[in-house]
Design a binder for this molecule. Structure first.
Ligand SMILES: [Zn+2]
Length: 274
């Protein structure tokens, strides 16, 4: 396994879910073996998207910060990077959040698919090999890692709700499988919760164009998959594990886990294997 970057720069533009503002990010090739980001509007120093800079945060997004800079809503972009094995980038952005696009990783994958990747042979990239079962709990949620000969991800969720009840999905991670099974799964929210967020002045950029919304008795907009919610949670889990910037050889199963538990899990992996 080797570090990879882009052969040429790419630009992605879209609304920020929190600010509601249009954000432009340009990803440049880098040979440093790390993904880093600079806010060109605030002119803050470069922030490295590493586990050391992972912010202690709520369950809604994956945020990185240091003394001077912060960036949020990174998980869907990092998930697409995991699918393509991209470990090294220099990103310039004119805001403090990654564009939400349609709430999935589909557009990120489309643009990455149309761009050549460049290996960085001078840097070795060792996978994290899960050598023994590992479990982490948070209330009724947990993440289990078990040894496996490839990279497998599973997710199971259940709600006491007539529309989604329980859903699950498993994927053997490859670029091809990710594009067909995971990339298009959008973030989701319950109608009442969405109304509350809008009332609080949060999620200014949120709309039916960037989320699957669940009403009391039915979906408000059309789901893309029968188990779109479980697929999206897998997308998040894959992105949160890419904070380690290393492929994982093993089977990772998330049961009702969110960003907070995902982060605790990656910290546990870092402590044990890095
Ligand atoms: Zn998400």
């Amino acid at each position: 396994m080797i570090h990879q970057t882009l052969a040429t720069s790419i630009t992605i533009k879209g609304i920020g879910i929190h600010s509601g503002e249009i954000i432009t990010m340009t990803c440049h090739p880098s040979d440093k073996g790390i993904i880093s980001i600079s806010n060109i509007k605030e002119k803050t120093p470069t922030l490295e998207l590493t586990i050391e800079n992972l912010a202690q945060t709520h369950n809604r997004a994956t945020q990185f910060k240091n003394e001077t800079a912060n960036i949020t809503t990174t998980e869907h972009f990092l998930s697409a990077c995991a699918a393509f094995g991209i470990t090294s980038l220099n990103i310039e952005i004119d805001g403090d959040e990654i564009p939400i696009l349609d709430g999935s990783a589909k557009e990120f994958c489309n643009i990455l698919q149309s761009t050549a990747l460049k290996p960085i042979p001078s840097k070795s990239l060792l996978p994290i090999i899960i050598k023994e079962p590992l479990t982490i709990w948070e209330d009724s949620a947990c993440i289990i890692a078990t040894p496996a000969e490839s990279t497998l991800y599973s997710y199971y969720l259940s709600y006491n709700h007539p529309v989604i009840q329980s859903q699950s999905h498993t994927i053997e991670l490859s670029t091809k499988n990710y594009i067909t099974e995971i990339a298009a799964a959008r973030t989701y929210g319950f109608e009442k919760e969405v109304q509350y967020l809008i009332k609080q002045g949060l999620a200014k950029g949120g709309s039916l164009d960037n989320a699957l919304v669940i009403g009391d008795n039915d979906y408000i907009n059309e789901p893309r998959f029968k188990n779109e919610c479980a697929r999206h949670k897998l997308l998040d889990l894959i992105g949160d594990c890419w904070v380690l910037n290393r492929p994982i050889l093993g089977h990772i199963t998330g049961i009702k886990s969110g960003h907070q538990l995902n982060h605790a899990f990656t910290n546990l992996l870092a402590k044990k294997y890095l």
